[in-house]
Design a binder for this molecule. Structure first.
Ligand code: ATP
Length: 246
């Protein structure tokens, strides 16, 4: 089956500095929650910038659902929904207005826009807030609106860059649970960048990024076995220790 995301030999440097990403290889399998796990400065946001074409790779390929991002950017970007690290909703528009405008940009017609918004607000338990200005919503609800917006055009792949930054613990857990359910119930493939180990469930796939290189990748359980630890924080320490590879 074609991978939802396939990254091969990816290299990128900012200007003349050292490589922010070096020979990065990994895939996101269809319907899987894949955590891109790395400490501050590991290269997660740089990778997200390459996936969204904000930057151009110095070397390597990105395929999104079989579409080469360089040769066929429209199809590649069209197959992807994105939640950036910084919130980008208009606070003075209502939830429905934010979503309606985004649906228009994606080329959805009026009837489809109304039905997609209804379905997504229901899925993320936001129907009662549709007419509220975003300014009135708490941080967790705002993030759920951004999730809904990213899914309006039914993308098979969803990528999120540290989406829980600034949320309190219950809102964090809630958002993580919503996105895990999307994988199981809707078959959406997810790449979730984080530095927080507790956002990764035992059944998830993990890509462990360290100083711009993939240090380990595979099912979370395999990483634990390879590191001889029973928790991801311990595995991270072992697998990113000087000279370690998995
Ligand atoms: P964080 O969790 O702090 O957001 P990250 O894993 O997303 O970290 P990046 O922001 O991708 O990491 O940074 C990777 C490396 O690239 C770091 O060494 C960082 O200092 C460097 N870097 C990031 N942005 C720039 C830039 N605009 N110019 C130069 N170097 C940069």
């Amino acid at each position: 089956m074609t991978a939802a995301l396939s990254v091969t030999g990816l290299r990128f440097a900012y200007g003349k500095g050292g490589f922010a990403l070096r020979d990065v290889d990994f895939t996101v399998a269809p319907g899987r929650f894949t955590a891109l796990l790395g400490a501050n400065g590991a290269g997660k946001s740089t990778l997200m910038g390459l996936l969204t074409r904000l930057f151009t790779p110095d070397q390597g390929d990105i395929q999104i659902c079989g579409h080469d991002l360089r040769r066929n950017p429209r199809a590649g970007l069209g197959a992807m929904g994105v939640v950036f690290q910084q919130p980008t909703l208009d606070l003075d528009l209502t939830v429905r207005q934010n979503l309606t405008y985004a649906a228009g940009l994606r080329g959805l017609g009026g009837r489809e826009t109304a039905s997609r918004i209804a379905v997504l607000l229901e899925r993320f338990a936001l129907s009662a807030r549709a007419g509220d200005k975003v300014r009135l919503l708490n941080g967790g609800h705002r993030r759920r609106v951004e999730l809904a917006r990213a899914l309006l055009h039914r993308p098979p792949l969803l990528i999120l860059d540290e989406p829980t930054v600034g949320l309190d613990a219950p809102s964090r857990r809630d958002l993580v649970a919503h996105v895990h359910r999307l994988c199981v119930e809707e078959g959406v493939s997810v790449l979730w960048a984080t530095h927080l180990f507790d956002e990764v469930a035992p059944g998830d796939d993990v890509v462990l990024l360290h100083r711009g290189a993939v240090q380990a990748r595979g099912p979370a359980a395999d990483l634990l076995a390879a590191s001889g630890t029973d928790n991801l924080a311990g595995a991270f320490q072992v697998l990113t220790a000087e000279g370690a590879t998995a």
